[in-house]
Write a protein of this length. Structure first.
Length: 368
């Protein structure tokens, strides 16, 4: 068998580093979920990934596992090693001190505190540096972190679960369950992979969800948030009553009168700009979440909130779960009014994945 070329080996080990990082999505905000693999003579001698809460980073963990074997080895890192002193020393300096001979990265870190300085530290120490390996895959993996740096907001995934004809409930409001248990379990996985789960105030009042991750074992819960302009979510709602089991945030219109009783609930209240039509401004809402450190948002509706996010152009990814039943025109649509007068004006996404999930179909679309 022909041995792999250096480029093929680099791609294979970088794919492993990216897969390590993927395991920490939703657990490390505001930091990126970075994977690191240390390889010597074609053998993996160390692995590391950003720890829950963002510290320590993946590189020092991989180096600690490799020990003396790191000297003369190659480090594969899914994002440029940091170059700034924070709660821990710079990862670039840790790689230099360990004596690695070569560092392969997927992307330069656009964080102004790094932005090429990590690569510069490595090169100044005589370490061979190659960047851009699996860069497209890394941009997708780090999309939340990159979007927050570039636009000041988290990336947003919109989830829609509907009948084949795009309905989420019958005319009488019956909606449990349109999709099957496998699709619902997949939704819990997506919640776990995001920093924050978001619903609108109407959904919070009508369905009284708690939005926790279930059926995944003992996991850290995402932030659970409601966009409610007048903050008219009942204080007895399951979300409010379960605040001891994971953080709960309420997004409301800045300047709105707030019931003093909220101060004793443990819920974080965040004022955001309002918008015409009696809704919160979608862009302002996401900017506030970005300022709070959130990098990945998973929106589960309802229809009015979903439509406002699409109209504002802040939906980066759509995950659809489609069931094989029809509810007809009298059923409740998955989206509120978009005001689309021409096909060219409709929000458009590109299909990247289709999968059978139990009796249902999952389809994932990305913007651009």
């Amino acid at each position: 068998m022909t041995p792999p070329t250096q480029a093929q080996a680099d791609a294979r080990f970088m794919a492993l580093a990216l897969s390590l990082g993927a395991r920490r999505l939703g657990q490390v905000w505001p930091n990126p979920a970075v994977g690191c693999i240390i390889v010597k003579a074609g053998r993996i001698v160390g692995r590391g990934v950003t720890a829950p809460g963002g510290r320590p980073h993946g590189e020092p963990q991989a180096l600690a596992q490799a020990g003396a074997a790191a000297r003369g080895a190659t480090a594969y890192v899914s994002l440029e090693p940091c170059a700034h002193q924070g709660q821990t020393p710079p990862c670039a300096e840790a790689l230099v001190a360990a004596g690695v001979a070569r560092v392969v990265t997927a992307l330069e870190d656009p964080d102004p505190r790094v932005a090429g300085r990590g690569h510069g530290i490595l090169r100044a120490a005589g370490i061979a540096v190659e960047s851009g390996v699996l860069s497209a895959e890394a941009r997708a993996a780090h999309r939340g972190f990159l979007t927050r740096l570039a636009e000041g907001r988290p990336m947003l995934t919109l989830k829609l679960a509907s009948s084949f004809d795009g309905r989420i409930a019958t005319a009488s409001g019956e909606s449990r369950w349109i999709t099957g248990p496998s699709a619902r379990r997949r939704v819990h996985l997506e919640r776990m992979r995001h920093d924050l789960v978001l619903v609108g105030g109407g959904t919070a009042r009508a369905d009284d969800p708690d939005l926790r991750v279930r059926e995944m074992g003992a996991v850290a819960q995402p932030v659970r948030a409601v966009a409610s302009r007048r903050l008219n979510v009942p204080l007895g709602a399951r979300l409010v009553q379960s605040v001891d089991q994971g953080p709960v945030w309420m997004l409301h219109e800045a300047g709105a009168t707030v019931d003093p009783a909220w101060a004793d609930t443990g819920v974080r209240l965040i004022g955001v700009p309002g918008a015409p039509g009696g809704q919160l401004d979608p862009a302002g809402m996401l900017q506030a979440l970005g300022a709070a450190g959130i990098t990945r948002v998973f929106c589960e509706g309802g229809g009015a909130l979903a439509a406002s996010l699409l109209q504002a152009g802040v939906v980066d990814e759509v995950i659809g779960f489609t069931a094989g039943l029809m509810l007809g025109a009298e059923g409740q649509p998955a989206l509120g009014a978009l005001g689309v007068g021409a096909l060219a004006d409709a929000p458009q996404f590109r299909l990247v994945e289709t999968e059978r999930v139990g009796p249902d179909v999952l389809h994932r679309w990305v913007r651009g």
